[in-house]
Design a protein around this ligand. Structure first.
Ligand code: TYM
Length: 387
């Protein structure tokens, strides 16, 4: 038995991603696929080059369809149970890049219902409030307002429920139990919930009245939901959604993903410069016990959480990263200096993000999708185009 757990509601232990590929039945992203992809994008995002996005389902098909003139739309989301941390941003930053490269729509789901059902200590009012707060982090990343639809499940309940019913009817309780580890003590909302998360993977096809390919960027913990979606949607006449999956940004201690529930080891988008400094200075590193030993023996970047942050998010220039790595191994770079560099980079990023987050409050409405008004408008616009 592996000594780690990856489900949409729990990630613990040191995740073995190779094993996960086999267990989940996902495909690794290989050089051949990247080469094929690069024919359209002309460049490969560092997240792909560095295998931060490491696995997929039907990504090749998405590219093939795009090449044939059948473009896709993007769908991703957030379960708003608290503040957004840097880990959450990984799939969103990548989605933003994909949106720009392919000039496609993004549908962004805020699952206030999910967090209410799965988290004993949060009220529906709180998750709903966090949905709007977390949406500011999404908008702050600079998605195209003309091509991005952000919605809370509670606010879009009518449309979601109507479609979720068709999905729910095709999923048995035993499948949900086997997929998510739910049992007889689970509340009945939890059993139904996955059908709500499937809806946005077919919503655009429903609106357009024809099948539109859907690509979902996510971290691998969300894969089980879409395994079910891929099973059910073809039975309702829709394409299977394609997935592109990333590893977890780790926490600042040894092993495990960045998680909002362990506040001191996660960096939140609202953190102040001093908080970031304190957290990074307390991080687990691959360094030696003191500077003298570090100079003699060198450090070990492969176990170092500070290096992982450079690698995954903050030192995307390959030459600069190589230099950090070789100086660390060679004992030239001390942990204090490496942390200082990371603190500066994180604070620079957060300073800009926080400014954009403030501005997002004024343009919020441009992104927000609400029941009836917006959807009817979308459908009418579509009808105008086709008739
Ligand atoms: P949530 O809020 O747990 O996470 C939001 C997104 O962030 C990813 N993620 C991470 N990625 C990298 N490193 C981490 N440490 C880390 N922690 C979380 C998650 O995989 C997710 O992509 N049920 C979902 C919300 C949702 C959704 C979707 C997500 C609804 N529809 C479609 C992806 C795609 C949730 O609670 O995500």
């Amino acid at each position: 038995m592996p000594d780690f757990i990856v489900t949409p509601w729990e990630v613990s232990g040191e995740v073995d991603y190779d094993l996960l590929i086999k267990e989940f039945g996902i495909e690794p992203i290989d050089e051949k696929l990247l080469f094929y992809f690069k024919e359209i994008t002309n460049e490969i995002h560092p997240f792909l080059r560095r295998k931060v996005f490491f696995a997929h389902r039907d990504f090749q098909w998405i590219i093939e369809e795009y090449k044939k003139g059948n473009p896709f739309y993007l769908y991703t989301g957030r379960g708003p149970s608290g503040n957004v941390h840097l880990g959450h941003l990984l799939p969103w930053i990548f989605s933003k890049w994909l949106q720009e490269k392919f000039n496609v729509e993004l549908w962004f789901q805020l699952t206030d219902d999910e967090k209410f059902l799965f988290n004993q200590s949060i009220s529906l009012e709180e998750t709903h409030k966090y949905a709007y707060d977390n949406a500011l982090d999404v908008i702050a990343l600079g998605f195209n307002p003309k091509k991005t639809y952000i919605f809370s499940d509670i606010d879009l309940a009518g449309t979601l429920y109507r479609n979720a019913l068709k999905i729910a009817k095709k999923i048995t309780f035993s499948t949900v139990k086997a997929t998510f580890g739910l049992d007889n003590s689970s509340n009945i909302g939890q059993i139904f919930y996955t059908s709500i998360q499937t809806v946005p993977a077919m919503l655009k096809s429903m609106i357009e009245g024809k099948n539109v390919p859907c690509l979902i960027p996510l971290a691998v913990d969300q894969d089980p939901h879409f395994r079910l979606s891929r099973d059910v949607l073809p039975k309702l006449g829709f394409y299977k959604p394609a997935l592109i999956e990333c590893v977890f940004l780790p926490n600042l201690q040894q092993g495990g993903k960045m998680s909002a529930s362990v506040e001191d080891t996660a960096i939140f988008t609202k953190d102040k410069p001093d908080t970031v400094k304190k957290k990074v200075n307390n991080a687990f590193t691959g360094g030696q016990a003191n500077a003298k030993l570090q100079r003699e023996l060198g450090g070990n970047p492969s176990v170092c959480s500070v290096y992982k942050y450079h690698f995954m998010l903050f030192t995307l220039d390959d030459n600069e990263l190589r230099s950090i790595q070789s100086k660390c191994i060679g004992g030239e770079l001390l942990c204090g200096e490496c942390k200082k560099d990371l603190i500066q980079k994180i604070n620079k990023f957060l300073n800009e993000h926080q400014k954009q987050r403030e501005k997002a409050k004024d343009i919020f409405e441009d992104y927000l999708l609400k029941e009836k008004v917006d959807l009817k408008y979308l459908i009418n616009e579509k009808n105008k185009e086709t008739h």
